[in-house]
Design a protein. Structure first.
Length: 491
């Protein structure tokens, strides 16, 4: 396993997203190679690859002959104090073959049999399984796999996955067969709005889901056996007419299925904030970079202090504060002319960072972050960690009230009627997360009113930061969208 270190010299760990992608990739490899291995390379969101340890690999067969390969990876959290450290994440992989009427046009292509011939001596892009991004609409292949879940394999799935198998969706549409991803016990299910996943679906965030998709496809393409088997099956399908009526031909369709589960996930989730956020029954699969960066307060504060000292020693009076690595990357894309040393990850230590900036003679701060962190600073919090501060949705509601948005009148400045405005106000103060609250504000039709609300939040945050050191430091706030773009800023 690769051992990586943070700037403070502490060991980094790997996110649940990285471990999940690694487990799924391992299960695919073992399915085809049947050879055990101790590490797996995982493609990370930043473009690099890391090696993580594989704890166990096994095969089992169902009564109907379906083979299932299982991989287990234990989460390594490095030096971070993490309740999910040490959990075992399991991934099952299987290929389900279903005979269907060829005229259903399951695959989104009309390739002839010759296009699916496989030559082991060839190694080029034409021999790869071609994937297309697809929407989550209920098409023919979705209906067929749902039928498999409900009928053909229902008893087995219920027994082995303890009635907790959640049909997720098709994450890869390939020319060799659609790849479906599901979860079972220990993976939480979203029950409230405002989360980055839909209600009723497993709590697998967008970046980990993309990691799973990328690693699964790359693994399938990297395995000669996998591509050969799929090409062979496709060729057989094109030529196999099992009924006399040429308009009623059966073909065998491949479905790749991965099932992710954490046997202890539900119990461990009780130590997290998942239930408060509306994620029930297990853990979330998280990660934006793929890594777990250890949070040692002393090490982090020392890093902030040394970074500011460096700027001071070089007569630099500007720095860019960000809460974390994601916002730092976004800030670097905004300020492409600034050297890397100008950017400092301050985590939740807002007050400390501003005070130290003033102590070192830094006159100007640019704080770049997303809505939740900015709101906490706006409402007066000086440490944005969930242990020390809570997002006050009523604070946002009061700003909406005082913006004039709630006012009835015939002015052309107000496009929505009072009932619509009141509904948005109620939605905001009853939101499950800051992301959900922001989505309601962001969708306000009147740009003047919307900008007024957000500017009030941003300028309150700006003023609170400047007050920390009696206006010795000037601050500019940049608000990022949840996808990382700059959407608002103060002067």
């Amino acid at each position: 396993m690769d051992i990586l270190y943070s700037k403070g010299g502490l060991k980094k760990g790997f996110s649940t997203g990285t471990v999940s992608a690694g487990a799924i990739r391992s299960s695919i490899r073992y399915y085809f190679t049947k050879e055990k291995f101790e590490t797996i390379s995982v493609d990370m969101p930043g473009g690099e690859s890391v090696n993580i340890d594989v704890m166990d690999l096994s095969h089992r067969f169902l009564k109907n002959g379906i083979k299932i390969s299982t991989a287990v990876i234990q989460k390594f959290s490095g030096d971070d104090i993490d309740v999910t450290g040490g959990i075992k994440i399991y991934a099952d992989f299987m290929i389900i073959c279903k005979k269907v009427n060829k005229n259903l046009n399951i695959q989104n292509n009309n390739k002839g049999a010759d296009e699916y011939e496989y030559d082991n001596d060839r190694n080029n892009d034409s021999d790869k399984i071609i994937a297309e991004d697809i929407e989550n609409d209920l098409n023919n292949s979705d209906k067929i796999i749902a039928e498999v879940f409900e009928n053909d394999l229902k008893d087995y799935f219920n027994e082995f996955y303890h009635n907790k198998l959640t049909f997720y969706d098709k994450i890869i549409n390939t020319d060799a067969g659609d790849f479906f991803f599901s979860s079972a016990e220990g993976i939480g299910i979203a029950t409230k709005q405002g989360l980055p996943v839909r209600v009723g679906y497993p709590a697998v965030n967008p970046v980990p889901k993309d990691m799973i998709k990328k690693n699964a496809l790359n693994e399938l393409n990297g395995l000669t056996a996998a591509v050969a088997v799929c090409r062979f099956n496709k060729k057989i399908n094109e030529n196999n007419k099992v009924l006399n009526d040429s308009n009623d031909v059966l073909q065998t369709v491949n479905f790749f299925l991965s099932v992710l589960y954490i046997p202890d996930g539900e119990e461990i989730s009780k130590k997290t904030l998942n239930s408060r956020l509306g994620i029930n029954g297990g853990l979330s699969i998280l990660g934006t970079t793929g890594y777990v960066v250890p949070i040692s307060a002393k090490a982090w504060l020392d890093t902030i202090k040394s970074s500011l000292n460096f700027l001071s020693e070089n007569n630099i009076n500007l720095c860019v504060f960000t809460p974390g690595r994601f916002s730092e990357k976004c800030a670097m894309k905004i300020f492409t002319d600034l050297p890397e040393e100008y950017f400092i990850e301050i985590g939740d230590f807002v007050s400390y960072s501003v005070r130290k900036a003033a102590d070192f003679g830094i006159k100007n701060i640019i704080l770049t972050g997303q809505f939740g962190k900015i709101v906490k600073i706006s409402q007066g919090e000086r440490n944005t960690n969930a242990k020390y501060s809570r997002l006050n949705l009523n604070y946002i509601g009061e700003i909406i009230k005082n913006s004039g948005y709630m006012r009835r009148g015939g002015s052309d400045d107000y496009y929505e009627d009072e009932d619509d405005v009141s509904a948005i106000y109620k939605k905001v103060i009853n939101s499950n997360t800051s992301r959900e609250a922001f989505s309601y504000i962001e969708n306000i039709k009147n740009e003047n009113i919307k900008n007024g609300i957000i500017n009030k939040i941003l300028y309150n945050a700006k003023n609170n930061i400047e007050k920390i050191n009696n206006n010795k430091v000037k601050c500019k706030i940049i608000l990022l969208s949840y996808s990382g773009e700059k959407i608002f800023e103060t002067k």
